[in-house]
Design a protein around this ligand. Structure first.
Ligand SMILES: C[S@@+](CC[C@H](N)C(=O)[O-])C[C@H]1O[C@@H](n2cnc3c(N)ncnc32)[C@H](O)[C@@H]1O
Length: 210
């Protein structure tokens, strides 16, 4: 069950695609994010938050609203996405959310942001050019006892053989299996982690504690 990644690096750098993603994200099923949002709400982590691959910032605004004391830096590699996110940002959240362009795989583009108590990312892991390097970079940006929370799709055999080439199924083909994630974390030397499969079983959360 090989991982298949189509070249989608340019996809989010196109203003029309970025706009389409914003509209889709606004109408997306709550099931996509519910587990992640309820889980971080329960944790109620105090301090500074960093979101990686925030896209148009839909989740950023939900997280900021459900954590009224959190200050969030939201990053994306695509300047077009960051621009859209800034335009769509609710006036009341402007003092607590700052959007910045940067690449999770390039520590030089992130290092001025400082250290964080919670770093999270939704549906981006399978887009990172070098996931192992990105995780290593993000881990280095955690404060002691900080949490890196990555929520993404999971490559599962029963969806892999579906013929459809829709974006959703191709994203599943590009996603990692838990054993591949464990191998990356072992190579980095990260020992304190949990990988949870999320209903309906083609999603997973990776929780890494420093
Ligand atoms: C599928 S969208 C997810 C957006 C948002 N997190 C959500 O859940 O709706 C993936 C986002 O990851 C961004 N991205 C891809 N590679 C990245 C990288 N190396 N560093 C930062 N962002 C990246 C893309 O530009 C895109 O906005």
């Amino acid at each position: 069950m090989k991982r298949i990644v189509e070249s989608h690096q340019d996809y989010f750098h196109d203003i029309e695609n970025a706009n389409n993603y914003l509209n889709d994200a606004k109408n997306a099923s709550k099931a996509k994010f519910n587990n992640f949002l309820s889980s971080i709400k329960k944790m109620d982590i105090k301090g500074k938050y960093l979101e990686i691959g925030s896209g148009p910032g839909i989740i950023t605004q939900v997280v900021a609203t459900q954590h009224p004391h959190a200050k969030i830096i939201a990053n994306d590699i695509s300047p077009e996405m960051i621009n859209l996110a800034q335009l769509d940002l609710d006036e009341n959240l402007k003092t607590r959310i700052k959007y910045k362009v940067g690449d999770a795989c390039d520590i030089n583009s992130l290092k001025d942001l400082g250290k964080f108590d919670l770093i999270y990312s939704t549906f981006t892991l399978h887009h990172w050019d070098n996931a192992e390097l990105a995780i290593k970079n993000l881990y280095s940006m955690l404060n002691d006892n900080g949490l890196l929370y990555i929520h993404d799709l999971k490559r599962v055999i029963w969806l892999y053989y579906i013929k459809s080439q829709s974006g959703f199924f191709n994203s599943i083909r590009a996603a990692y299996r838990p054993d591949e994630i464990k191998t990356m974390l072992n190579r980095i030397g990260i020992k304190n982690f949990k990988i949870r499969t999320i209903f309906p079983f083609f999603m997973q959360s990776i929780l890494i504690r420093k």
